[in-house]
Ligand binder design. Sequence first.
Ligand code: 13P
Length: 249
Amino acid sequence: MRAMIIAGNWKMNKTNAEAVELARALIDVVGNREHPRVVICPPFTALSEVGKVLDGSRILLGAQNLYPAPSGAYTGEISPAMLLTTGVTYVILGHSERREYFAETDAIVNAKVKLALGSGLRPIVCVGEKLKEREAEQTERVVGGQIDGSLADLGPDEIAKAVIAYEPVWAIGTGKTATPEMAQEVHAFIRGRLMARFGGVADSVTIQYGGSMKPENAAGLLSQPDIDGGLIGGASLKADKFAKIVDSV
Ligand code: 13P
């Protein structure tokens, strides 16, 4: 059985006071859930305080990035060990916004994934095609390449600890969602690719969908056989909306 995981990616939103308030509100509505697994990913500055608020609840803490070195002269960057001290267990890597605005390549994402796994963090590895690529029927080539590159040199034991998030770039923050059928098609493709590379362990890997997921469309997406959760942006910033998505599992 693979884990169903609903994760909130707060992106560059919430001051510390706002983050604590949202975390407390989430504990009230979904703090005791065993199923699905709930993860929230505040900005770095709020991790420590939110981590303390979550202590004793079932909600897990995630980060949105890390730097692929244990320590050193990397001004402005954050190491896995720093994340671990705040209580982080998951880390989003290779988000399309990082790939787009910070020129993250598959090789960089791969280095981050390896260090995350080596440090005991569970990476949520993001992949997804742009609109132009979908229109040119390049979705499988692009997503397949991102899967291969971002997960290079890993073994089955490592992939078992990773989560994949399929986030079609054209659906992120646009209000446009992939239909459940469109998303399922790509999720099945991703699982097949993982199966070919890593064998039967692929069956136990959580593959989340992300891109304008909201209470109105969550149930349809989450009922697909290869969609094992969601990575939620906008709708994760409001406790009631996020709780409704969790409830629709
Ligand atoms: P939205 O839910 O705001 O479209 O964002 C999705 C996303 O990028 C999650 O990582």
